[in-house]
Design a binder for this molecule. Structure first.
Ligand SMILES: [Zn+2]
Ligand SMILES: [Zn+2]
Length: 243
């Protein structure tokens, strides 16, 4: 499995980073985890073939995770000339959120030249979506844009977890335990804030999670300014790893 960090930033462009978007490729499928507002630009910079993406998995509906969907779909229609079916899977209400974001950004009727399907996650259950086994866990962030989820995903013989945006909850232990890769939000260094994680908190819990590899993402200036003191691997835009 190859993972490309298209965007590793927060909602504020800290460090000049793009909004959250991870491109995952196995031998037989390609998908995105989150598609923040800047994701199409990020994918084009990296030369990612958008038309080969089968699925977009969404953790919640804040624009730094979801706001790139209209751009992705418009590009698919007018530039990438997509014909391949696309599935957008997300928290319950994903189809209504899609209608609302299009109505607010690119209003009007559109007929897409490719099949578009929505899948609402069943939270706490194993969801078979294409070739993926996705188990969503309800985390603690801001459910006005949710329910906000962490996603445990099995694909291509590997299991990865992405925390989504969240403050600490023991649910993350279950979501990420024993995974091959845990991509975890780490918004601040040492000043706990509501709705997000601090490194000082994560240091207490990451050993119990026992993921084989941990990569921190969604970092504010507070984290980026402490980089030399951070003992965990940190994501960067354009970073590519094999899991
Ligand atoms: Zn965010
Ligand atoms: Zn958020």
């Amino acid at each position: 499995m190859q993972i490309t960090f298209v965007g590793s930033g927060d909602a504020f462009g800290s460090g000049g980073r793009f909004n959250t978007c991870f491109h995952v490729a196995t031998e037989s499928t390609r998908f995105l985890i989150d598609c923040g507002a800047s994701s199409l630009i990020g994918m084009k910079r990296l030369g990612i073939d958008r038309a080969a993406i089968d699925l977009i998995l969404l953790t919640h509906f804040h624009a730094d995770h979801f706001g790139g969907v209209p751009f992705f779909v418009l590009d698919a229609q007018f530039v990438a000339k997509r014909t391949r079916p696309l599935t957008i899977a997300g928290p319950p209400g994903v189809d209504a959120w899609y209608e609302r974001i299009f109505a607010a950004t690119f209003p009007g009727e559109r007929t897409l030249p490719f099949p578009l399907e929505f899948r609402e996650f069943e939270i706490g259950q194993l969801n078979q979506i294409g070739e993926l086994e996705v188990t969503p866990f309800h985390v603690r962030h801001d459910d006005r844009a949710g329910p906000c989820l962490a996603l445990r995903v099995r694909a291509g013989g590997r299991t990865i977890c992405y925390s989504g945006d969240t403050e600490w909850t023991d649910t993350l232990i279950e979501a990420a335990r024993g995974t091959d890769l845990f991509v975890c939000e780490c918004y601040v260094y040492d000043q706990p804030v509501r709705a997000h994680l601090a490194l000082t908190t994560l240091r207490q819990y990451l050993p119990a999670i026992g993921a084989k590899r941990v990569i921190l993402t969604h970092m504010s200036d507070s984290m980026l300014n402490h980089r030399p003191e951070v003992e965990y691997e940190m994501a960067d835009d354009g970073k590519v790893i094999e899991v």
